[in-house]
Design a binder for this molecule. Structure first.
Ligand SMILES: Nc1ncnc2c1ncn2[C@@H]1O[C@H](COP(=O)(O)OP(=O)(O)OP(=O)(O)O)[C@@H](O)[C@H]1O
Ligand SMILES: [Mg+2]
Length: 261
């Protein structure tokens, strides 16, 4: 059974812009899906719908057999901009979901967390060092670079060990080397925590590196143009990007993104 189903999602904003047209996506429990597509095709819009923050004009999202009508603590979204609270330090920003009661440790009313097993929350300090911010616990957002702020936002999205993790370009502001290190860290965390993860990225390489399946979105209004299954073994390492298999996958996805006239 699929875990999170989006069926026939269409979104038109009040100004008349149609962002999504009949977009469907079915995620299995524990699956890692990457979504790639041109800028403005509706990827962030799709994640907002999947997080229950935006109601589609058509179609519906079903999570664990129930129609999603509002945000659910089991679904964590890292926004494309880091959206940190400027008056809170790095560590205080990361702890925020716990303070808001968005925990996954069994203290939530069962109605909010149907059929989900309670798990202890990860140690904030462990997450801080996994995202490479040890020593910056007490820094304020104004003292961070854009890439550092993104890493705080990633740790904040992970702190509740959400059963569903939605990531919107989490590494967009990072240099190439930090980006490689963090994608490896994310793959390790994903294998350890078994979260159903949906990642939006502009990097086809990053999509192949991380995902079980890459979904290719059309130009706006976004719909699914095709998908490519990634059968590379795990754990993954960036050295794999030099293999013929990786190159073949890259070509397949590029062909879907740029169909010949
Ligand atoms: N709140 C809004 N009101 C009106 N139009 C919007 C709003 N948010 C997004 N749009 C429009 O909807 C379309 C899709 O936007 P969206 O942010 O989902 O794209 P995206 O695929 O995430 O792009 P990018 O890759 O650049 O982040 C764009 O044309 C954008 O201008
Ligand atoms: Mg976006």
């Amino acid at each position: 059974m699929t875990f999170l189903n989006a069926d026939g999602i269409s979104v038109t904003y009040p100004n008349g812009t149609q962002a999504l047209r009949q977009f469907s996506l079915h995620a299995k429990r524990g699956e890692f899906i990457a979504i790639v597509g041109p800028s403005g095709c509706g990827k962030s819009t799709l994640l907002r719908v999947l997080a229950g923050l935006l109601s589609p004009n058509q179609g519906q999202v079903v999570f664990e057999g129930q129609i999603l009508r509002q945000p659910n603590p089991a679904i964590s979204l890292q926004f494309q901009d880091s959206a940190l609270l400027p008056w809170r330090t790095v560590e205080e920003n990361i702890r925020l979901p716990l303070e808001l009661g968005i925990t996954n440790d069994g203290t939530q009313p069962q109605s909010l967390m149907p059929n989900l097993k309670a798990r202890p929350n990860p140690d904030p300090q462990l997450l801080i060092s996994l995202v490479g911010l040890a020593g910056f616990e007490r820094a304020y957002p104004r003292e961070l670079s854009g890439g550092m702020a993104q890493r705080v936002a990633l740790a904040r999205a992970l702190i509740t060990q959400p059963p569903i993790l939605l990531l919107d370009e989490p590494f967009g502001a990072l240099d190439a080397l930090t980006r490689e290190r963090l994608t490896e860290a994310l793959e390790t965390i994903w294998r350890a925590l078994n979260m159903t993860t949906i990642l939006v990225t502009h990097s086809i390489q990053e999509a192949i590196f991380l995902a079980d399946r890459v979904v290719v979105c059309s130009p706006r209004p976004g719909h699914v143009m095709g998908e490519v299954a990634i059968h590379l073994p795990r754990p993954r390492h960036w050295a794999m990007s030099a293999t013929p298999e990786f190159g073949q996958l890259l070509q397949e996805i590029r062909a879907l993104l740029n169909p010949l006239p």
